[in-house]
Write a protein that binds this ligand. Structure first.
Ligand SMILES: [Fe+2]
Ligand SMILES: [Fe+2]
Length: 316
């Protein structure tokens, strides 16, 4: 893979910058993708709020650079046999998730500790074969689709958090957030949620209420971590402010929420539904990379780098 992340202090003239991590007010000066042409340009970057830089060594100067994340294995493509053998296990996890989500939905107080066995199970499965939650769309009956989607997003967020070397508590909360992010959908009428084909404007409006409905539901559960509440409410926000429910813009959307949006959309695009085929990982990632008005480009690169090169062929 030709893209690697380096610290901004490692920049050299001749490197090709593919994306940046952090906020940079001067992006209009050099463009979004550019070759470093002078020490002055390096100084501009050093004096900015950019925290990391992604360089493309196929298009510019090479570097010894920092090693990529060491805390997580790449997500590898699973064989058919892998998928068959683990289908039952994943259905078990989904049933566990369904039971916990159901408890909260019905107003019972569920502590973070109650999620620990499931989070540990997801973490173990991801250690053994990180691709098992990806592309499980064939398992998704309409009834269990939301729970399997939530489980996939939880597993992706856990893996993503680990690959970014986030602390254990944050990774645990990311996983719980993945499990609960769409809990508000349980309040949406099934005939709308399970409608075959595209939704009309009124129906879309109803479905979009799931983010704030879920947030209200989780807020009633006293010990719910802030990160879980934030992701539940804001996972459909977009960097350009065209998301919902609060139309947050840019920096108002926290890093963990941006991560959740990436995992949520990636799983949605790669999953088959009654009215559409699932996209390949490459198709989904390429599409997402072309929509930086929605997704954080630096985090997108981090996400891609956490996946197996087989799944990202043709993107670079
Ligand atoms: Fe959602
Ligand atoms: Fe979702």
């Amino acid at each position: 893979m030709a893209v690697t992340k380096i610290d901004k202090t490692q920049l050299k003239v001749g490197m090709f910058v593919e994306a940046i991590e952090g906020t940079w007010q001067d992006s209009s000066t050099l463009g979004r993708r550019f070759t470093i042409r002078s020490g002055q340009e390096i100084d501009m970057i050093l004096n900015s709020n950019i925290s990391g830089v992604f360089i493309n060594t196929a298009l510019g100067k090479n570097t010894s650079g920092l090693p990529l994340h060491s805390g997580a294995k790449n997500i590898k493509s699973a064989t058919k046999q892998d998928r068959f053998e683990t289908a039952t296990r994943i259905e078990g996890h989904a049933a566990e998730a369904k039971s916990l989500i159901g408890d909260i939905f019905e107003g019972r107080v569920v502590t973070v500790e109650a999620f620990t066995p499931l989070v540990d199970d997801v973490a173990r499965t991801m250690e053994e074969n990180p691709s098992l939650y990806i592309g499980m769309s064939r398992l998704r009956s309409r009834d269990s689709a939301t729970f399997l989607h939530s489980l996939s997003v939880a597993a992706l967020l856990l893996h993503f958090g680990r690959s970014l070397q986030m602390d254990d508590e944050t990774v645990q909360h990311l996983c719980i957030a993945g499990l609960l992010h769409d809990i508000g959908k349980l309040s949406i009428p099934k005939e709308v949620l399970q409608k075959q084909g595209p939704l009309n404007a009124a129906e879309r409006n109803i479905v979009e209420q799931h983010a704030s409905l879920g947030y209200d539901l989780l807020s009633a559960n006293l010990n719910m971590p802030t990160l879980v509440l934030d992701i539940c409410r804001s996972h459909h926000e977009r960097l350009d402010g065209k998301g919902y429910p609060d139309h947050l813009i840019g920096d108002a959307i926290g890093k963990e929420v941006r991560m959740s949006t990436i995992c949520d959309v990636f799983d949605a695009l790669t999953s088959a539904r009654s009215y559409k085929k699932g996209w390949s990982s490459q198709q989904a990632l390429s599409w997402m990379m072309c929509h930086e008005e929605q997704f954080d480009k630096g985090l997108m690169w981090q996400f891609i780098l956490s996946l197996d090169p087989e799944m990202t062929k043709g993107i670079l």
